[in-house]
Design a protein around this ligand. Sequence first.
Ligand SMILES: [Zn+2]
Ligand SMILES: [Zn+2]
Length: 376
Amino acid sequence: MAKQDYYELLGVAKDAQLDDIKKSFRKLAMQYHPDRNPGDKAAENKFKEINEAYGVISDEQKRAAYDRFGHAAFEQGAGGGGGFGFDFGGGVADIFNEMFGEMMGGGRRGRAQSRGADVRFNMEISLEEAFAGKKAKITVPSSIACEPCKGSGSKGGAAPKTCATCRGGGKVRSQQGFFTIERTCPTCHGAGKVITDACPSCRGSGKTRKDKQLEVTVPPGVEEGTRIRLAGEGEPGPAGTSPGDLYIFLAVQPHRLFQRDGANLFMRMPIAMTTAALGGEVDVPTVDGKPFTVDIPKGCQNGHRFRIKNKGMTVLRSTARGDLFLEAAVEVPVNLTDKQKKLLREFEQDGERSTYSPETQSFFDRIKEFVESLKV
Ligand SMILES: [Zn+2]
Ligand SMILES: [Zn+2]
């Protein structure tokens, strides 16, 4: 099936401004978010597609490449720009956080007293860990319901009394001239109930602070901005309600060798001039830790790209793996000894340049032609 146009996916015109693209993306992302469509595979796919489209269109460089080459710009690491340029920008993650805040905020407003607050925990992992997945023990500062008062805040767990100031309404009214002003009750701070005899352990808050240890399973294939939900591990709610959820936001550290674009990895591979000329084997590291031997064909040119299938990243919730793209960076020898210089001069004089450096020769021939054409 042909891939859908990114602009169509995002429901924006080709010349749309970033603000409008962002707006449209947010609307669609909220609509198709997996949390809002549990078990709906079509919505999940759509969500992935719009994320991918936004990742490209919101990035000036990637958008320009997409406008010129279409989807081909991001396949096989081919396409325009030269060099890799596949940084995994923070755009998607940023907007995700914003959206997340909105969704959480919206939820909290709707059912303010019915459950505890959600908690965010940031976790940084290496690219190797994102590849293989990991089990991590984390310590989360948290508050739990106070033991002695069972979370009520009243000494001995006695039920709080109805606030006398507001008679339980949580708001007080006062008359100022023609206006009636309604404000939050200063006695109970809007709760409608007051604790007359505060629990000494928690000073009436009903909570005590306690770090908790949790074990988190990070599945293989996670990306920057992926979040993991631990249901019920957030803040406790008011007595008798369920606690909020804990969300772990993942950040993936940049890697010294690999650049990542989704499931694919990219690496610059320096090759000695002699290996490039004569051919040979080069061992390259891979993200799974097992070195891979690349056959370098003789006459391998600078910039040549190798695609090593299934040596990229794992794909989240899948057995598939992306590819590893290598770009040959042929190194011209430096710090030559006298003998090496002599050998290279001999090399230069042995045979014809048009044979061992055909491109250079034809380039010089063209320059010569050009200069001669100017003389006429
Ligand atoms: Zn009150
Ligand atoms: Zn207490």
